[in-house]
Design a protein. Structure first.
Length: 559
């Protein structure tokens, strides 16, 4: 439920003051609801995580329910380790389903119990898998011992590379496993349901996740065999990749292979490619004792991937998915071992998320690519300290401030409309220099639905500093009504913020039941005051607010 905070100074006129104007002069943002820029594609409604067995843990089920409830469309979920051998126990950057083993004669034994429990949890909530074919079952691993890694935060990534990360020792058995899995999914969930999923092979084969003498050619072979198996089981299934860590030569050569190369499995030209996927991350660091985000690096990597898709005319209109789109690369690296990740508990993560997702529309549009999803690689971590600084949406069952930004996105639908401003960065400037120095990025994303207008406004800066912020004035035109109901939602240091509430308690390591109830209440998206009627002569309205640094507001006008 949404919390109502005490109303600020409100006036039912064309000038609705949500906070008293302050000096200096307000930052002005203009919104023209009559000027459509494009559809409000729900690119934000995609989430992912390494540890698939968190899915069926109580806190995992709770969080999936929260995510499903915030979205008006089905949410897609991407998880690693869906084919990894094991008993379903979880650990950081680890999980398993034990779907494949072999008997004493080397014959395949299939066990869908755990993976079914995971997919059942999604489907029950009307969510859909971005189903990952990975990683290598122990019986098919070229290096079966050691198999499970023992990685912990602060230790080298190389420690992760154990038997799960190898090529198959038998492509025929591996391909048959994939065929049987897809066939089983069709039998369990129905053809129409599985046709709405996406299937992919492996994760970041150009990075730390594939042990091979020639990862590039071997990945192409794995992809061809997997795609052939998926399509044999369900010809209408959607298959794509390569989910590379970056958009470099590996991805470029994969696209060439999929479009023009000789298929390793069939001998024909080309491979199925129903969507293209790659990853893009930022690069935060600690400067003078404070976290400074690297949104410019994030945007450069996004643009590089879009440019590679744009390079091939055959990919015009093919869906593009950013398989992981985040401020940095390691969700399981908490702030104790990685102090640059201390941004994750508070509102810097919230404002970064609002500002970056909004610009992904612009970056994709400039390259003319069909962006349909940007996976936020964050979920929850079991058995970890409260607010330990992992990249997650909730801690011990309590939602963090960033989740409320996704709740805001879920309230925006219809078409994106034109926004202008006198202190707004565009994507090109952020890509070139970040958001540094004395000027903040105060900007907005606006939509128009059938009977509503929604404006998300943020006050973002790369440096982890919070202050009173700036007065902001929204000048909204093109309102097709003479009167509207105005609602204002906010995420800031004191509002919709369980982390600040926890700190006010003294940061208890083990909150009491009463404290947890207080944290749960503080974690909800808060509405500032009550809905207020506002006349809009000439289809225009002006709305003023004081927007703190690193805060995000959503103003809705319904009619």
């Amino acid at each position: 439920m949404k919390r109502l905070l005490p109303a600020l100074c409100l006036a039912a006129s064309t000038h609705l003051s949500l906070a008293a104007p302050a000096s200096p002069a307000p930052v002005k943002l203009t919104i023209n609801a009559a000027q459509v820029k494009g559809p409000m594609t729900p690119i934000w409604a995609w989430f992912g995580y390494d540890e698939p067995n968190y899915t069926t843990a109580p806190n995992g089920k709770k969080l999936l329910g929260e995510i499903a409830a915030l979205s008006p469309v089905p949410v897609y979920v991407r998880a690693h380790n869906l084919m990894t051998s094991g008993d379903g126990s979880y650990a950081l950057k680890w999980g398993s389903t034990g779907m494949y083993s072999e008997d004493q004669d080397g014959k395949p034994v299939y066990n869908w119990t755990i993976v079914d429990q995971i997919f059942d949890t999604y489907v029950e909530r009307k969510m859909k898998p971005l189903a990952q074919i990975g990683f290598m079952p122990q019986a098919l691993s070229q290096r079966p011992q050691p198999y499970q890694h023992q990685w912990k935060p602060g230790t080298p990534y190389q420690d992760i590379m154990t038997g799960w990360a190898t090529l198959p020792n038998d492509y025929a058995k591996w391909s048959e496993l994939i065929y049987q899995w897809v066939k089983h999914c069709v039998a369990r969930y129905g053809q129409q349901e599985v046709e709405s999923w996406y299937w992919e092979v492996w994760n970041e084969p150009d990075g730390h996740y594939l042990i091979a003498a020639d990862p590039k050619q071997e990945y192409f072979k794995m992809y061809d065999y997997a795609a052939d198996a998926v399509k044999r089981a369900l010809p209408t299934a959607r298959m794509g990749g390569p989910h590379t860590a970056g958009a470099g030569r590996f991805m470029d050569e994969f696209l060439q292979h999929a479009l023009h190369g000789k298929n390793f499995a069939t001998g024909k030209t080309g491979s199925p490619l129903d969507f293209v996927a790659f990853h893009a991350k930022g690069a935060p660091k600690v400067v003078d004792g404070k976290v400074q985000m690297g949104m410019n690096t994030h945007f450069k990597r996004l643009d590089e991937g879009f440019a590679l898709v744009e390079k091939y005319p055959q990919l015009k209109g093919v869906p593009v998915i950013i398989g992981e789109s985040d401020p940095e690369g390691c969700a399981a690296c908490g702030m104790q071992t990685n102090p640059e990740n201390a941004y994750r508990n508070g509102t810097l993560y919230s404002s970064y998320t609002a500002a970056s997702i909004a610009r992904e529309f612009d970056l994709a549009g400039q390259r003319g690519v069909n962006l349909i999803g940007a996976v936020n690689w964050s979920f929850e971590f079991e058995d970890q300290p409260w607010f330990a600084g992992f990249r997650d949406l909730a801690t011990n069952g309590v939602n963090k401030p960033v989740l409320n930004v996704f709740r805001m996105f879920g309230m925006m639908h219809g078409d994106r409309v034109a926004v202008g401003g006198d202190q707004a960065y565009d994507a090109a400037r952020i890509m070139a220099e970040g958001v540094r120095g004395t000027r903040n990025d105060i900007n907005a994303l606006a939509t128009r639905g059938q009977r509503s207008i929604a404006v998300m406004v943020w006050n973002y800066h790369d440096d982890d500093v919070i202050d009173a912020g700036s007065p902001v004035e929204l000048q909204i035109a093109g309102i097709p009504a003479k009167q509207v109901q105005v609602r204002h939602y906010r995420v800031d240091h004191d509002t919709s913020n369980s982390y600040s509430a926890w700190k006010r308690m003294g940061s208890p390591a083990t909150p009491s039941p009463a404290q947890i109830a207080t944290l749960q209440q503080a974690s909800e998206l808060a509405q500032l005051g009550k809905a207020t009627p506002l006349k809009t002569p000439g289809g225009k309205a002006t709305i003023r607010m004081q927007l703190p640094r690193q805060a995000v507001s959503l103003v809705t006008l319904s009619y």
